[in-house]
Design a protein around this ligand. Sequence first.
Ligand SMILES: NC(=O)c1ccc[n+]([C@@H]2O[C@H](COP(=O)([O-])OP(=O)(O)OC[C@H]3O[C@@H](n4cnc5c(N)ncnc54)[C@H](O)[C@@H]3O)[C@@H](O)[C@H]2O)c1
Length: 365
Amino acid sequence: MEAGTFAPIQSTSYQVFFGFSAALFKALTQEFRPTNIYFLSDSNTAEHCLPLLEEEGVTVNSEHLITIPPGEANKDLRTCEVIWSFLHKKQADRHALLVNVGGGVITDLGGFAASVYKRGIAFLQVPTTLLAQVDAAVGAKTGIDFQAEKNMIGTFTASRAVVIDERFLKTLQPAELNAGSAEMIKHGLIADVVYFRQLAAELPAGLAAGLIPTALIYRSVEIKNSIILQDPYEKGLRKTLNFGHTAGHAIETLSHLNGLAPVRHGEAIGVGMIVELFLSALVPNGLPLELRDDCAGFLFGLFGKRKIAVADYEPLVELMKNDKKNEGRRILFTLITSIGHSTYDNAFTQDEIRRSFDYYNLLFE
Ligand SMILES: NC(=O)c1ccc[n+]([C@@H]2O[C@H](COP(=O)([O-])OP(=O)(O)OC[C@H]3O[C@@H](n4cnc5c(N)ncnc54)[C@H](O)[C@@H]3O)[C@@H](O)[C@H]2O)c1
């Protein structure tokens, strides 16, 4: 990445930087002089991503490195205890810094563990998956899953900074890159038709080549950040970022519960958006049917891997009833009314939700 090509994006109390370098790392860490710097990685990012830090001249001392097994199953309280025990054993004090190097699991988990250790220590997000770069690491939401419920326990805590570097993406599995693109498409669908069209034109080739241009990542971060700046604590507008997530979270959670191959977060959101496009067209002055089908076709090409089993309809609706975003007994959704325009807190009946699953399943025929 050419240094200086992409200006830092100012978020609430922190900036999102593009391009990892020792100079940037030094500047960020010297700013508040931590007593010690610790790194959190999973076994994949320890292998593939820490070498890039070392190459850039940042030493990752193995004495200060916590490496956990990869995967969503580890975004839990048990792993938090591993992190807290490690920090405690090392006598990390309140002025320590935790550098989270990994995908959304690491940035969510590390952010949460840091946000409550000794009432909160500073952390730096170094996202290494596309999904974490365009979404998870930006926006100050930290969290863990609890009793099979996604992100049940968490905090709103801003990191010191976020450092994005496209070089990390080179070692990502193609399926992970694909999954991350769902959140980029979501940003286009809810807020920026020009960006959506650009993604529709450029993403398939980029994914096939295993290369996502930083310019596309940058725009995604800009969109998410501009929404967060207007509504950091999700009182209103930030809910638009949940497009695809009411259905998507249920699909992701059920796949973990039923013991079948787990569906990746991004893939589940991709399917969730198709389901919620159907709902978007049900409301008065809602999404025109032609746009619904165009957008669904594009998403289906990327995320239409397996049908939703009819036997899963009820369990999925049950999971949606527990969604954090609901109010009372109503299951709430974010919808788009056209590409680039979204509304939130829309309730639907269980029958309408079942029909939205049918719509997705019909795309396979
Ligand atoms: N906080 C938020 O606002 C927010 C937003 C969206 C998603 N999330 C969370 O993000 C999580 C999903 O994130 P994810 O998709 O990044 O999953 P992940 O962190 O599990 O990463 C996916 C896989 O890629 C591996 N990996 C990561 N970087 C790599 C690299 N550069 N090279 C090779 N392998 C690499 C990981 O080890 C893992 O196996 C979910 O828990 C979701 O809830 C949070």
